[in-house]
Design a protein around this ligand. Structure first.
Ligand code: ZN
Length: 136
């Protein structure tokens, strides 16, 4: 069974493994411009989206839907324990921030206006994800 082990790096260590733009989004809770779609182009049909900082599997292509927001959107994670939820009131807006449970990197936000079966919309910065296609 997969057991989560927390990854703790100093901000200096994160700066060495992430690009400046990744660092801005993942560690400083920035938001990439809509329709950046870093991992979208040429994406094969099935696979897993992993945390770009630590490789933890977060979302599957089967959980993805077209939200037309300009950010990759999913209605559920591959495993509920792989995400952490933080109440976010920045900019005076009540939102739920989504973080990687393993390295605590900022991924995006989750909203309650998604499609069935969960009704959730995980709005994730594509720069926070790396894509691994399934070989089968
Ligand atoms: Zn991570």
């Amino acid at each position: 069974m997969f057991v989560l082990q927390k990854i703790h790096k100093t901000e200096e260590e994160w700066k060495k493994v992430l690009t400046p733009e990744q660092y801005r989004v993942l560690r400083e809770r920035g938001t990439e411009a809509a329709f950046t779609c870093a991992v979208e182009e040429g994406v094969p049909k099935t696979g897993i989206y992993q945390c770009v900082a630590c490789g933890l599997p977060l979302f599957a292509t089967g959980n993805k839907f077209e939200s037309k927001t300009g950010w990759p959107s999913f209605f559920s994670p591959v495993h509920p324990d792989h995400l952490e939820y933080i109440h976010d009131t920045s900019f005076g807006i009540e939102r739920t921030e989504v973080r990687c449970a393993q390295c605590e990197s900022h991924l995006g936000h989750v909203f309650d206006d998604g499609p069935p079966p969960t009704g959730k919309r995980y709005c994730i910065n594509s720069i926070a994800l790396s894509f691994s296609s399934s070989s089968t």
